[in-house]
Design a protein around this ligand. Structure first.
Ligand SMILES: [Zn+2]
Length: 286
């Protein structure tokens, strides 16, 4: 090996070794206003919201410890208010991790009772909730309100929505996205309860739909997402009853009405595969 080739390999090795650290420190983070004093926080492909009041701030999903530390510093610098409450949308680690960053400063951690059970049971790397509820809870701070509503099993068995009545906004994580397919094979999902959960969202009075992934939308996007799930569910159930294999259904269930939605090319086949597995758990053919 020539000295030159050795030098090139050495440089390549350094670039490869440096890549993971560089990717981590380049997380895309941003804060954008939704309405009034309600803001959206982005950490790469994950989003949460926070509400600023004259008596402190209510934050939601911390996402991870590094993201939460960044958000805590930004809130302190921009709004000069303490963080009083942290609310989890559900237990999944990629949304709930890092809660200790807010809890260690005295924020009260709020979640569904079942979210607390799963956080303890799965040993999620986050703060254990202090305050839990089953159906509904209204939090008020500095004259502002957020309503926490359990809508039944959907893309977990403990997902809640957060309704900000004055801002006419609703934060819904994972089980509703705006003009985008649900994530891959629909792991930890409950059908057809998931569609019932969206119907409960459709009965809430709001205008702005703020999902945990992807673009912000309007209330009508919730019903559109339900219609996609219904088409997927009906297509797969019909295929299974006709004796089709998953591979045959991937070819026949085209869902072409949704071909301009985000992740259609990447996730349609996995959606079919996941739905087939889910329906098969609760079906017995002849
Ligand atoms: Zn998610």
């Amino acid at each position: 090996m020539t000295r030159f080739v050795k030098a090139v390999l050495l440089v390549l090795g350094m670039v490869v070794a440096a890549a993971p650290a560089a990717a981590q420190s380049e997380a895309k983070r941003a804060i954008t206003k939704i309405a009034g004093d309600l803001y959206r926080f982005q950490n790469n492909f994950h989003y949460s919201v926070f509400l600023v009041t004259g008596e402190g701030v209510i934050v939601t999903d911390p996402i991870n410890a590094e993201a939460a530390a960044w958000l805590k510093a930004e809130i302190s610098q921009r709004f000069n208010q303490p963080i009083r409450y942290l609310i989890y949308s559900h237990d999944h680690r990629d949304h709930s991790a890092g809660g200790e960053v807010f809890a260690e400063d005295g924020a009260i951690v709020v979640a569904h009772e079942r979210t607390k059970e799963v956080i303890i049971g799965e040993q999620r790397p986050t703060a254990v909730p202090d305050l839990t509820f089953n159906d509904r809870m209204t939090l008020t701070l500095g004259g502002k309100t957020v309503e926490l509503i359990y809508v039944g099993p959907s893309s977990s068995d403990n997902t809640i929505v957060m309704h900000f009545p004055a801002e006419r906004a609703l934060f819904a994580v994972d089980f509703i996205t705006v003009k985008r397919l649900p994530f891959r094979t629909l792991s930890d999902s409950y059908f057809p309860h998931w569609m019932d959960a969206i119907r409960k969202v459709e009965a809430i009075d709001f205008d702005i739909l703020v999902p945990g992934h992807g673009q912000v939308g309007v209330k009508a996007d919730a019903a559109e997402h339900r219609a996609y799930l219904e088409a997927l569910y009906d297509g797969v159930l019909t295929g299974l009853r006709a004796g089709q294999s998953v591979e045959e259904m991937k070819a026949s269930i085209t869902l072409e009405a949704y071909e301009d939605w985000g992740q259609y090319d990447k996730w349609r086949e996995e959606n079919i595969q996941g739905m087939a597995a889910n329906i098969s758990l609760h079906r017995r053919g002849n």
